[in-house]
Each structure stands twice: as structure tokens, then as C-alpha cells.
Ligand binder design. Structure first.
Ligand code: MN
Length: 249
């Protein structure tokens, strides 16, 4: 049997509960477990590397995972950098993830982008975001259950574009999802297609056409593996495409 494909996972800074306070560079274990249970070998990519080193790491990986997190600095998409609802901005993280996304798309490397990851995906390829869906998007339903409900709370449906790779992967036309985001796609990037929409029309899933597996979802499938086992197929799809892509025999 072949080796597990190596899935590079982007990481972030988080303040740790310690006195005096310190910052940790890490990732929620749910992402790591989801990749591992799907047959991939997750490897965390630290922040703080320069573009030469990211360029050096990428060919050694078979696939990429972009996790959730705070808001992207709106200056990255000529948005309103003073919007009062902006939270947890980290320009270094934005830069690293945007760089990795562009490299992966260009090289045909499989990539699964989750929540903030989907937003990074859109911004990296030239799209824009709502800085705050609730106060800006006409007719928006509630999308921000962050810190308000459990991470497994199914907040709304997503209608899946029947011809998309996402439809093939999930084998579903509609899926109920959790929703822990206050930002979302305003203008879709050229080069991406909408693969799924919420009932208010917000694009909740994107993909790069004719790419082996470049999928972004606005929800958090890694929290729904037991509630909705079908969500495992998103990680299985990443791992399968990564096995075909890289060095894993
Ligand atoms: Mn949502």
C-alpha cells in the first residue's frame, strides 16, 4: 500500500492562557484529525517563512489545507479597513495563505479551503468580501453563530451546483451546514465558479474549474464528521487527489 499523501496545513497565531501571556502558532486538532482519518498525513506549515521558503516547501507537499480563522485585512481587496466589526487580523498570515493559494492553483496542487480559507481563496484570485454580511448584504440571513451556538449547529442549507466537482464529491444537491462567519464573498474572483449558495444567495462554496481539486467551503466540515458523515468526503476528495498529485507511491 502506498504512503499517505502529505497535506500541508496552514496555521495561525493564538494567544495562550498563560501568565505572562504568550502566543502559540498552531491549528485546531479537528482539522488534523479530519485529514488523518481521510488517509492523509497532515503537516503544519508555520507562519513566519519567506516566499522563497514557501516556494521550497510546496513541491514537497501533495496537497494543502487552509483552515478557518480571523478576518482578512480588507486592504488586500481594496475594502474598508476601518469597518468596526473587523476581528483578529494578521497581515503575516494573510500574506502566507494568499501566497500558498496562488502557488497551489498555478501548480495544480489539490487544495481544500475552509471558512476563512474560502475567503482567502477568493481574495488571492482577485475577488472581494463583505466586511460584515449582516450590516452590508441586502436580505442576508444570519450566518454568524460563532460563540453563540455549538460548532455542530446546522444553521442553513446550501444548494449545490449539480455540475460541480463539489456535487460529485458530496453526492448531494443540498446540504445543511454550520455557519460561523460574519464575512463572505461579495464579488467572486475570476477563475472561480460558485459551487454552492445559501438561501440568501451568498456563495458558500467555490472551485477552480479543470483543476484536480481546488475546493473552498464557507462552513466547517471538520466539525460535522459525526453529525453528517457525508462531510468526510470533502477530506477524502482532497486526499485522493493529493495521492494522484505527488510523491506518495
Ligand atoms: Mn453561512
Amino acid at each position: 500500500m502506498g504512503a499517505r499523501p502529505l497535506i500541508g496545513c496552514a496555521t495561525y497565531h493564538k494567544a495562550a492562557d498563560q501568565n505572562p501571556p504568550i502566543v502559540i502558532n498552531g491549528l485546531m486538532p479537528t482539522y488534523i484529525q479530519a485529514v488523518y482519518e481521510a488517509g492523509g498525513l497532515p503537516l503544519m506549515i508555520p507562519l513566519g517563512l519567506n516566499s522563497l521558503d514557501l516556494d521550497d516547501i510546496l513541491p514537497r507537499l501533495d496537497g494543502l489545507l487552509l483552515p478557518g480563522g480571523g478576518d482578512i485585512d480588507p486592504t488586500a481587496y481594496a475594502g474598508n479597513a476601518h469597518h468596526p466589526t473587523l476581528r483578529d487580523i494578521d497581515e503575516g498570515r494573510d500574506w502566507a495563505e494568499i501566497t500558498l493559494t496562488r502557488m497551489a492553483v498555478e501548480k495544480g496542487m489539490p487544495i481544500l479551503a475552509i471558512c476563512r480559507g474560502l475567503q482567502v481563496f477568493n481574495v488571492a484570485l482577485g475577488g472581494t468580501l463583505w466586511e460584515d454580511i449582516q450590516s452590508e448584504m441586502p436580505g442576508a440571513i444570519v450566518h454568524d453563530y460563532f460563540h453563540k451556538r455549538d460548532r455542530t449547529f446546522l444553521a442553513h442549507d446550501v444548494a449545490i451546483e449539480p455540475t460541480s466537482l463539489l456535487a460529485q464529491t458530496l453526492r448531494a444537491r443540498t446540504i445543511s451546514v454550520n455557519s460561523m462567519h460574519h464575512q463572505g464573498i461579495r464579488r467572486l474572483a475570476p477563475g472561480l465558479i460558485a459551487a454552492g449558495c445559501a438561501p440568501d444567495g451568498l456563495i458558500e462554496a467555490v472551485e477552480v474549474p479543470r483543476h484536480p481539486y481546488a475546493v473552498g467551503v464557507q462552513w466547517h466540515p471538520e466539525n460535522l464528521l459525526d453529525v453528517t458523515p457525508r462531510m468526510r468526503s470533502l477530506f477524502a476528495g482532497l486526499v485522493a487527489a493529493s495521492s494522484r498529485n505527488g510523491h506518495a507511491a
